[in-house]
Design a protein around this ligand. Structure first.
Ligand code: NAP
Length: 242
């Protein structure tokens, strides 16, 4: 029976690459988007040209009710969810002292509470199937801490704690929970860096290049196929942080 995956934040960047790669492997993909409807439609059209069908679903994953509706859509259409990739996220660069309550809440709700809502909503299906793979897209900053990105780092570190604790709790139900901590990946999220800054970052990376969204997607694909890895944080960073 075909596997079913929900990928949050799949309109652009890493999430889009994950959605395309899993769909091309024959997995039924529900690609979530929030604001980028055109980009989500483009993804659907690109795959349709290859005779691959995917669903796109608009939901703000920082809101429990919208997450609930998306999971209900998946369950009504396919009867189960086997794979969840919690990828949707935002970033913001600010001095710690300038972070407002609103910035903090927005960051935590979008990057961390979203995963909490998503996992709670898909779990009954995974427990019923006695099978599941949950992949949380954290960040190098969740391990190492990023200056002027304290709220982002806190949310991403929270994802790692959630991953490890849940892996222990859900292992007996044969549900694997892992995190990926990308380094610098070439997406819109990093378009604020100047050419000079990118050059300097590349010089710090042993493999000598910025990552591509597909570098992360390949790891997601591997975690989806694997069935004996849980509670791990996999760094896809070209050796930037060892
Ligand atoms: P991106 O190109 O900016 O894409 C972000 C995606 O998240 C978009 O599809 C966006 O959808 C979605 N999103 C944002 N807020 C959302 C919400 N409230 N509800 C639903 N979707 C929402 O970013 P990216 O670089 O691919 O990042 C993907 C993930 O990887 C993030 O969690 C990020 O923190 C993490 N990461 C990225 C890097 C990097 O270097 N790029 C490094 C480490 C970790 P819409 O546009 O449709 O709203």
């Amino acid at each position: 029976m075909q596997k079913v995956a929900i990928i949050t934040g799949a309109s652009r960047g890493i999430g889009r690459a994950c959605a395309a790669m899993l769909a091309r492997c024959g997995i039924k993909v529900i690609a979530n988007y929030n604001k980028s409807e055109n980009e989500a439609n483009n993804l659907k059209e690109e795959l349709t040209r290859e005779n691959i069908e995917i669903d796109i679903f608009k939901a703000d994953v920082s809101k429990r009710e919208e997450v609930k509706q998306m999971v209900e859509f998946a369950l009504n259409k396919y009867g189960k969810v086997d794979i969840l990739v919690n990828n949707a996220g935002i970033s913001q660069t600010k001095l710690f002292t300038d972070i407002t309550d609103e910035d903090w809440q927005n960051m935590i709700n979008t990057n961390l509470s979203s995963a909490f809502y998503m996992i709670q909503e898909v779990l009954p299906s995974m427990i019923h199937e006695k099978n599941g793979s949950i992949i949380n897209i954290s960040s190098v900053w969740g391990i190492n801490g990023g200056s002027c990105e304290v709220h982002y780092s806190a949310a991403k570190a929270g994802m790692i704690g959630m991953t490890k604790a849940l892996a222990k709790e859900l292992g007996p139900s044969n549900i694997r929970v892992n995190a990926i901590a990308p380094g610098i990946i070439d997406t819109d999220m990093n378009k604020g860096y100047s050419e000079q800054e990118i050059k300097e970052i590349k010089e710090e990376i042993p493999l000598g290049r910025i990552g591509e969204p597909e570098d992360v997607a390949k790891c997601v694909k591997w975690l989806v196929e694997d069935d004996y890895t849980t509670g791990q944080v996999i760094s896809i960073n070209g050796g930037w942080l060892i």
